[in-house]
Design a protein around this ligand. Structure first.
Ligand code: UT7
Length: 328
C-alpha cells in the first residue's frame, strides 16, 4: 500500500439554521412529501438567510476547523474553495473568504468542478504539497445553491440546500492520509446540468430574467443514470489504485444527491449500507459541500475514527466525477 503524502487534518462545517421541509414546497409547487422522499430520500434542507452569504458560511466552517486544530488564519498558506454558487462572479469566492477570515499569508483560488469540487480541491492540495509549494492548505467547499435555483421549477427546487464544510491538508507524518485518488470529466454532456445564462454567451438582460435561464437546469433522469455509472467507475478505480478491495473499506462517504444513487453506488462497490454515511435526508444536495459536511458529521458522531479506511466518491455538473481512498 502506498504511503500517503498528505493527510486531512480535522474537519469543520456550517449549515444554516433554517430547515425547510418538503411540506413547505408542496404548498407552493405541484409536489408532495411522498414524491420527494420516494424519489430522492430528501426530507428537509437548510436554507441560508438572504444576508447569509457563501463567504459567511465558508468562514464559519473554516473558523470551527481552525479552532479545533489550534490554528490561526495566518497559519494558512493556501485557500482552495470549491463552489458553483459564489456570491459574485469576480473575484474568486476564495479571495472573499481570505479577506474576511484574515488569512494574510494565503494564496487563494476557486475550484470549479460542481459537486465534485471538494475532491478535486483535495487532489490539487495534495499536488501543491508534493511540489513543496505549500504546507498548510485550507480546502473548503461552500454552496448557496438556493440563490441559483429556480424556486418555480419542481424538478430542481426540491433537491438543493445550502452549507459549507472544510478540512486542512498538510504533509502526512503518521501514515494517515490520501492513499489514492481518481478524477474524470466529460464536457460533451455539460448541457444536461448547467446554468445557460448569465455568462459571456448570454450576458444578463431582461430576457434572462423572464426565461429563468440564469438558474440551474437539469435533465434529472439522464443525470441520474450518468451519476450511477460514473460513481461506480470511480469507486473501482480508487480501490484499484490503492491496492484495496471493498472489504478493506470501513466507511463510504458519497456525494449526497439522492439515496437511490447512493444505494446503487454502495451496491456496485460491494459495501453494505451500514458502511455508508447518508445525510441527504436532512440537508438535500449541497453540491461540493455535501462530502465535507458528511465527513464532519461522521467524525463528530464517532462514526469515523482514526485507523479506519474511507472511500469518497462524487459526481456533478461538467460532468465531473472523482473518488479518493483515505487512511483516517
Ligand atoms: O448533484 C449531482 C447531480 N445531480 C443528481 O445526481 C440528481 C440526479 N437525478 C435525480 O436524482 C432524479 O432524476 C430526480 C430526483 C431529479 C428525479 O427523479 P426521477 O425518478 O428521475 O424522475 P423523472 O425526472 O423521471 O420524473 C418522473 C415524473 C415526471 O412526470 P411525468 O413526466 O412522468 O408525468 C416529472 O415531471 O416526476 C415528475 N416530477 C415531480 N413530481 C412531483 C419531477 N419532479 C417532481 C416533483 N414532484 N418535485
Amino acid at each position: 500500500m502506498k504511503r500517503p503524502i498528505v493527510e486531512l487534518w480535522g474537519t469543520g462545517c456550517y449549515t444554516p439554521q433554517r430547515a425547510m421541509t418538503n411540506e413547505e414546497f408542496s404548498k407552493r409547487l405541484d409536489t408532495s412529501d411522498q414524491w420527494i422522499v420516494e424519489r430522492t430520500g430528501i426530507r428537509e434542507r437548510r436554507v441560508a438567510e438572504p444576508n447569509e452569504s457563501n463567504a459567511c458560511m465558508a468562514k464559519a466552517a473554516a473558523e470551527q476547523l481552525l479552532r479545533r486544530n489550534g490554528l490561526a488564519p495566518s497559519d494558512l498558506d493556501t485557500i482552495i474553495l470549491a463552489t458553483c454558487s459564489p456570491d459574485r462572479l469576480l473575484p474568486s469566492q476564495a479571495c472573499d473568504l481570505q479577506a474576511i477570515l484574515g488569512a494574510k499569508s494565503a494564496a487563494a483560488f476557486d475550484v470549479g468542478a460542481a459537486c465534485t469540487g471538494f475532491l478535486y480541491g483535495l487532489s490539487v492540495a495534495e499536488g501543491l504539497i508534493a511540489a513543496e509549494q505549500a504546507k498548510t492548505i485550507l480546502v473548503v467547499a461552500s454552496e448557496k445553491l438556493t440563490s441559483i435555483m429556480d424556486w418555480t421549477d419542481r424538478a430542481t427546487a426540491v433537491l438543493f440546500g445550502d452549507g459549507a464544510g472544510a478540512t486542512i491538508v498538510r504533509r502526512s507524518t503518521n501514515g494517515r492520509g490520501i492513499l489514492a485518488s481518481y478524477m474524470r470529466s466529460d464536457g460533451t454532456l455539460a448541457e444536461l446540468l448547467y446554468r445557460p445564462g448569465g455568462g459571456g454567451t448570454h450576458p444578463p438582460d431582461e430576457a434572462l430574467l423572464k426565461d429563468h435561464s440564469y438558474y440551474i437546469k437539469m435533465a434529472g433522469r439522464e443525470v441520474f443514470k450518468a451519476a450511477v455509472l460514473s460513481m461506480a467507475d470511480a469507486c473501482d478505480h480508487a480501490l484499484e489504485r490503492a491496492g484495496l478491495v471493498a472489504a478493506d473499506i470501513d466507511l463510504l462517504i458519497p456525494h449526497q444527491a439522492n439515496t437511490r444513487i447512493i444505494e446503487a453506488t454502495a451496491k456496485h462497490a460491494g459495501l453494505p449500507m451500514d458502511k455508508v454515511y447518508v445525510n441527504v435526508d436532512r440537508f438535500g444536495n449541497t453540491s461540493a459541500a455535501s462530502i465535507p459536511i458528511a465527513l464532519d458529521e461522521a467524525v463528530q458522531c464517532g462514526r469515523l475514527v482514526p485507523g479506519m479506511k474511507l472511500l469518497f466518491v462524487a459526481f456533478g455538473a461538467g460532468f465531473t466525477w472523482a473518488s479518493m481512498v483515505v487512511q483516517w
